[in-house]
Design a protein around this ligand. Structure first.
Ligand code: HEM
Length: 328
């Protein structure tokens, strides 16, 4: 090979590596352009928690529902418009996802300090971490550098986000479709250690489970009685129950001991332990016995989820209003 050819080949390899690295996220992405980004996000969330302790839970759920649809690209935040069919109207989100006002407050605070710099997709990732650590859970270095989509995918939101009525095989397949494994599924389900769920998401377990005429046999009987009081037959389908009946607003590993006590609220929660022979069982038991193991896995799995198909480099845009495409 002539030396000129060799230099050209080296250049091609270098360009390839550069391109690849620009498609990856990193923890210092805003260290020059918006050095206080994490504390700004955290400050707004602290405020929001004072008016409603549920807000942190609602924010991490937004990041999850964002990442499972076209990757972590802020698509869930777009409102309906001429070209956008909002993901907010998809079945898993309609009358359910919340916290959008807090995202807007964070965006306003960031635009004041570092205009045009921090993406809405990164706001969701940062808000998820701040919400977990403010509730007593682990902290981790959030990887950053995502950009915002100019499109939404309502149909994708209807098909890709797991439903509380699906069985473990179906839910595992939805995680696997975005590159997440069984440990990610169990660890991330541990986010149901805080926040609320509406009666309509679990009432099928309370009276006539799968047409049996009886409640779900995997429900602890005194927990069942409490839930039947909260969600009477013919009562309101939107009444709220705590996902974790023991420590509703704290991020801890009680979610997993609840499962061991047959106190999983959603069918999809209890299935992690009650599906016979499932690979999830030993992971649940480990996280129940060892909060440190849960926190470590949770942080790693949040990073894994946050890495789902981000837009980077010159793809997408930095929206100036999370609800709208720039200029739209
Ligand atoms: C494994 C599959 C999952 C299913 C089937 C599922 C389903 C649900 C459902 C039905 C609700 C209640 C919604 C309502 O009643 O309006 C809920 C709430 C919640 N989910 Fe999940 N979820 C899953 C995984 C996750 C993951 C991976 C996270 C985050 C890492 C998460 C975080 C939350 C939080 C924090 C809430 C409470 C939100 C609030 O209070 O506003 N979930 N989930």
């Amino acid at each position: 090979m002539s030396s000129q050819l060799r230099v050209a080949a080296l250049l091609v390899v270098l360009l390839f590596l550069l391109e690849r690295s620009s498609a990856q996220l990193n923890a210092t992405f805003y260290s020059i352009s918006c050095p206080n980004v994490s504390s700004i996000v955290r400050g707004v969330i602290q405020q929001a928690l004072q008016s409603d302790a549920r807000n942190g839970a609602s924010l991490i759920r937004l990041h999850f529902h964002d990442c499972f649809v076209n990757g972590c690209d802020g698509s869930i935040l777009l409102d309906n418009s001429g070209s956008i069919q909002s993901e907010k109207d998809a079945a898993p989100n309609a009358n359910s996802t919340r916290g959008f006002d807090v995202v807007d407050d964070i965006k306003t605070a960031l635009e004041n300090s570092c205009p045009g710099v921090v993406s809405c997709a990164d706001i969701l990732a940062l808000a998820a971490e701040a919400s977990v650590s403010l509730a007593g859970g682990p902290s981790w270095n959030v990887l950053l550098g995502r950009r915002d989509s100019t499109t939404a995918n309502q149909a994708g939101a209807n098909t890709s986000i797991p439903s509380p009525f699906e069985n473990l095989t179906e839910i595992t397949a939805k995680f696997s479709a975005v590159g997440l494994d069984t440990t990610d599924l169990v660890a991330l389900s541990g986010a149901h250690t805080f926040g609320r769920a509406q009666c309509r998401t679990f009432s099928s377990r309370l009276y006539n489970f799968s047409g049996s005429g009886n409640p779900d046999p995997t429900l602890n009987s005194s927990y069942l009685a409490t839930l039947q009081q909260t969600c009477p037959q013919n009562g309101s389908s939107t009444t709220l129950a705590n996902l974790d009946p023991t420590t509703p607003d704290t991020f801890d590993n009680n979610y997993f001991s609840n499962l061991e006590n047959n106190q999983g609220l959603l069918l999809s929660d209890q299935e992690l332990l009650s599906t016979s022979g499932a690979a999830t069982i030993s992971i649940v038991n480990n996280f129940s016995a060892n909060q440190t193991a849960f926190f470590q896995s949770f942080a790693q799995s949040m990073i894994n989820m946050g890495n789902i198909s981000p837009l980077t480099g010159s793809s997408g845009q930095i929206r100036s209003d999370c609800k709208k495409v720039n200029g739209g």
